[in-house]
Design a protein around this ligand. Structure first.
Ligand SMILES: Cc1cc2nc3c(=O)[nH]c(=O)nc-3n(C[C@H](O)[C@H](O)[C@H](O)COP(=O)(O)OP(=O)(O)OC[C@H]3O[C@@H](n4cnc5c(N)ncnc54)[C@H](O)[C@@H]3O)c2cc1C
Length: 387
């Protein structure tokens, strides 16, 4: 049995960020294991690349502000451009209740120091995202420092930086068992390439996190949820700096990436097949019809069926991350359940988990709102408004 003092299972953006932040704090012999063939084959590789600090809870705003600060220094610290493009996030309300929800979110954001997020009138919306039809829109909010990042550049940047500092990664290595001693601590991992003795395990398995925890008899409330993306053929009808534009009511949103419009609209996954990531042709037709109604200029642009794709969100019951030791298993560290916000929060969450693993507590931010025990305590987070 070979030894590794700390093993990170999952080398997506979360695992890479934890690996980098542990090595930066002086941890040696950090080992990353991933069952896929190389970086970006989990959810990180299919993420839309949105970045926002407009949230409805203090903890999510704080995570975004910490992440934003780290993204602004990423090139200097990590040596890779994270693709941070502050093109803004524009939320659109069509009813009074939706607008009230956005106002409630603004209050939380202001209290956390996000002063550049503001309410915008229908006229201002026309200037910010001119292609959007506004006849049903009654108002919205906009934050110019929200925008976009490049998920694979963030993942590859952290991974390369961790490897330069002595971490190792083994691809095509599935973890199939977590072996615990009489006190409940993990002492070894069973993998497709043999057993590894260890003192600490990080669960960075994204949408598959509950399966990994289950290998050690730990119950983790993280479930997969399919998200599909319809992609148009290349076109120059929309500006590359079009903000992420989102209708609060049904969640339809779009952005421009690499000269194509990406169209998204959340709907339930495939019944009985929670890990299914096939793209539903009927869904493509529906989202295209929504886009044609709300962004009429897109009627001129065909959908590129071959480029449409889907991936999995890693949902937690309150749509907030779980961070820290697993209840009942003090050396299984969780960085799970970001619920579709994981790329943007990975720079912050990786640093915070490295602090917890090193010092027993995080110093950059109070993350008690993310403690994994909150569901058993009956104290989940609740958002002001829909964000
Ligand atoms: C369509 C879509 C759009 C999204 N848009 C955004 C966005 O705009 N902004 C944003 O911030 N987030 C977005 N997300 C969410 C984001 O992709 C995730 O939150 C993030 O990628 C999670 O990172 P991760 O490292 O935890 O998971 P992953 O990238 O999925 O990595 C997990 C890794 O664990 C490995 N693994 C799992 N089980 C095992 C095992 N037993 N043994 C070994 N390896 C294992 C997998 O192979 C995988 O490589 C989007 C997601 C989807 C699907």
């Amino acid at each position: 049995m070979r030894p590794a003092p700390v093993v990170i299972v999952g080398a997506g953006v979360m695992g890479a960020s934890v690996a980098y932040h542990l090595t930066a704090r002086g941890w040696r012999d950090v080992l990353l294991l991933d069952r896929s063939d190389g970086p970006g084959q989990g959810s990180t590789g299919v993420a839309t690349g949105g970045f926002r600090a407009q949230y409805g809870t203090a903890i999510n705003v704080r995570l975004s502000l910490l992440a934003r600060e780290k993204l602004r220094r990423f090139q200097d610290e990590i040596g890779v451009d994270p693709g941070y493009l502050p093109a803004g996030y524009l939320w659109l309300a069509e009813t009074r209740a939706e607008l009230d929800g956005l106002h409630a979110g603004l209050k939380v954001q202001r209290a956390e120091g996000l002063h550049e997020a503001t309410e915008v009138s229908v006229e201002e919306i026309g200037r910010i995202s001119p292609a959007v039809r506004r006849d049903s829109v009654i108002g919205g909010t906009f934050c110019p420092t929200d925008g976009f990042i490049a998920p694979l550049q963030v993942l590859n940047g952290y991974l390369a930086a961790a490897l330069r500092s002595g971490a190792r990664v083994e691809w095509q290595t599935a973890v199939t068992g977590l072996i615990r001693d009489d006190h409940g601590s993990i002492i070894a991992l069973e993998t497709s390439r043999g057993r590894i003795a260890t003192g600490a395990v990080v669960n960075a398995c994204g949408a598959w996190a509950a399966e990994l925890a289950g290998h050690g008899g730990v119950s983790l409330p993280v479930t997969p949820l399919r998200r599909q993306i319809a992609v148009t053929v290349p076109c120059s009808l929309l500006s590359p700096t079009t903000p992420m534009t989102i209708f609060v009511g049904d969640g339809f949103h779009f952005r421009v990436r690499d000269g194509r419009a990406l169209l998204l609209w959340p709907n339930p996954g495939v019944p009985g097949k929670p890990f299914d990531v096939t793209v539903d042709r009927e869904w493509i037709d529906m989202v295209a019809a929504m886009a044609h109604r709300r962004v009429p200029i897109l009627r001129q642009v065909a959908i590129d069926i071959a480029c449409c794709h889907a991936g999995l969100y890693e949902m937690s019951p309150d749509r907030h991350a779980l961070l820290g030791p697993a209840p009942g298993c003090d050396n299984l560290f969780l960085i799970n359940g970001s619920s579709g916000h994981g790329v943007m929060h990975a720079p912050a969450l990786g640093q915070l988990l490295a602090e917890i693993m090193s010092d027993g507590v995080s110093s950059s931010l109070d993350v008690s709102a993310l403690r994994p025990s909150r569901f058993k305590e009956g104290k989940p987070n609740s958002s002001a408004g829909p964000l």
